[in-house]
Write a protein that binds this ligand. Structure first.
Ligand code: GDP
Ligand code: MG
Length: 170
């Protein structure tokens, strides 16, 4: 088997870090500065008989007034294209906050038929463990997610669980 997996989310949530963690090498540029990844970055991982083709998708968040700038139009198209034929989507958010840009990305996923897995990243920043649950329930109610997996892309926590969830949909 082989399948396409799109990694989507607003800038700075950890898409590139997750790609690198899953693929085990620095193929995707990570940075504190938003929009470092202007083009799609792809990586292939083979596990047993299955090939996972991961696509790091920039530009999902661009809405409203900046939408028609040439670079943003280009990035929007690339993002839409990437979602057309994927088998699974990993939607990453940062556990520390939910923003309008996250909402914009979620809206872009409205017409996506592939299952969407919500990855709640940066859980290593959690203060108290009890913090996560009420916050997650709120976001989790915004769409029928195939799964919700708290992760730390940076430290690798629960990334294997996320990959197992992805594998169910290929
Ligand atoms: P992207 O814009 O979505 O591709 O985000 P990046 O992968 O470039 O990450 C943005 C910033 O968040 C970088 O400084 C990363 O080191 C940091 N980051 C990513 N994942 C984690 C995580 O699990 N925990 C923490 N604390 N920081 C993270
Ligand atoms: Mg990136």
């Amino acid at each position: 088997t082989c399948g396409f997996v799109a990694i989507v989310g607003r800038p700075n949530v950890g898409k590139s870090t997750l790609m690198n963690r899953i693929l085990g090498q620095k193929i995707s540029i990570t940075s504190r500065r938003p929009q470092t990844t202007r083009h799609q970055v792809m990586g292939i991982k083979t596990v047993d008989e299955t090939q996972f083709i991961y696509v790091d998708t920039p530009g999902m968040h661009i809405m409203s007034k900046d939408r028609n700038k040439a670079i943003n139009r280009f990035m929007n198209q690339a993002a839409t294209q990437a979602l057309r034929d994927v088998d699974c989507v990993v939607f990453i958010i940062d556990r520390t906050r939910w923003t309008e840009e996250d909402q914009a990305v979620l809206k872009r996923l409205e017409h996506v038929k592939a299952p969407v897995i919500l990855a709640v990243n940066k859980v290593d920043r959690l203060g108290e463990k009890g913090d996560l649950l009420p916050w997650l329930a709120d976001v989790g109610a915004r769409r029928d997610f195939a799964a919700i997996v708290p992760i730390s892309a940076k430290h690798g926590t629960q990334v294997d669980t996320l990959e197992e969830e992805v594998a169910k949909h290929l």
